[in-house]
Design a protein around this ligand. Sequence first.
Ligand code: ACM
Length: 395
Amino acid sequence: MNRADAGSTPDPIRIGVLYSRSGVTSAAETTQLQATLLAIEEINRAGGVLGREVEPVCLDPQCQPRRYAELAEQLILENRVRLIVGCYMSSTRKAVIPIVERHNALLFYATPYEGFEYSRNVIYTGAAPNQNTLPLAGFMLTHYGSRVSMIGSDYVCPYESNRVMSDLILERGGEKVDETYLPLDARWENYLDAAKRIKERRPDFIFSTVVGEGIPLLYRAFAHVGLDPYKMPIASHMTSEAEIAIMGHDVAEGHITSAAYFQSVDTPANRGAVARYQASFGEDQTTNMCWEAAYFQMHLLADAIRRVGSGDPTLLLRVLPGLEFDAPQGRVRIDEHNNHTYLHPLIGRVDSHGRFEVIGRAPERVKADPYVVSHSTPTWTSVSRPDLLHAGVER
Ligand code: ACM
């Protein structure tokens, strides 16, 4: 029963929210939680969905894959919620997929990932490898060189992302000079050792798939051993404003990230969303690629519920493919065939204020190719201001 008796308030539409507030990737996940709450606040302020309020049921899985699975099952069986947003590390998404598939629930996943996956019960709103690793490879090979050192956290997303990057580099005659994986709980000394080794190997750039708390440690270690980001940058598709806020602008300046969204993106939708976010959560809050996908996916979900007049996942899956939304990054669209999202890939370099200056952009939005069928690095990795590329401050 969705509606109470005439005259009383209709039952809310409940959404399960699985983002961690403690643990290794909690800085970015906290922004995803807040983005979800912001979107829900906006939806409810505009009258809710089908005259019903949207009510988040927020649980904290503390970055433990097993806890995501347990809490997903709890949401479905105890809270009777079959629409879930959440997960960050791919290990957590992979833990939840069997649960949502078994119960025909729907997971909305708002984090860039390694690809090579499809579940009918997942809508992927973060970037697939052809929307982050490919543009980054094309950009770095063109502007920095083809000797790459790879460093990642020790789990599936870094392994797969590095495999794709390796293929792209080796196909083009480049060289992988080093490949290192550090545990999720690695310490400063581990990152310092890695930075010293990178310094000895002298690659043209570093491809980092380090996540969470390791990111500030890596970038600080890089600075500590005296490496210059304007000459040998760290290139990543995970490092965002969330981790820059922790490591500090001085450490982040000059490094490069590939993403479909930066806080600095200049669209009316972004200016409005950032202003409303800071009004609700604090003027000091920054946004990032994971925040943005969490925000727009909640609006897409609400729109889908309106269209089918129900929160039933089977009915929603009939309208979600092809659905579009004016997101902060630009207009996004859920693909008709693969449940991933057409996005607007960008290359950004951190400036002296800790903001991303966009130095490369796709001329049009890009369809997700999660299985990386095409290896062609696109022509859309053009630099808007090539004169500024190596124009950093002397260190
Ligand atoms: C990730 O594991 N998808 C960051």
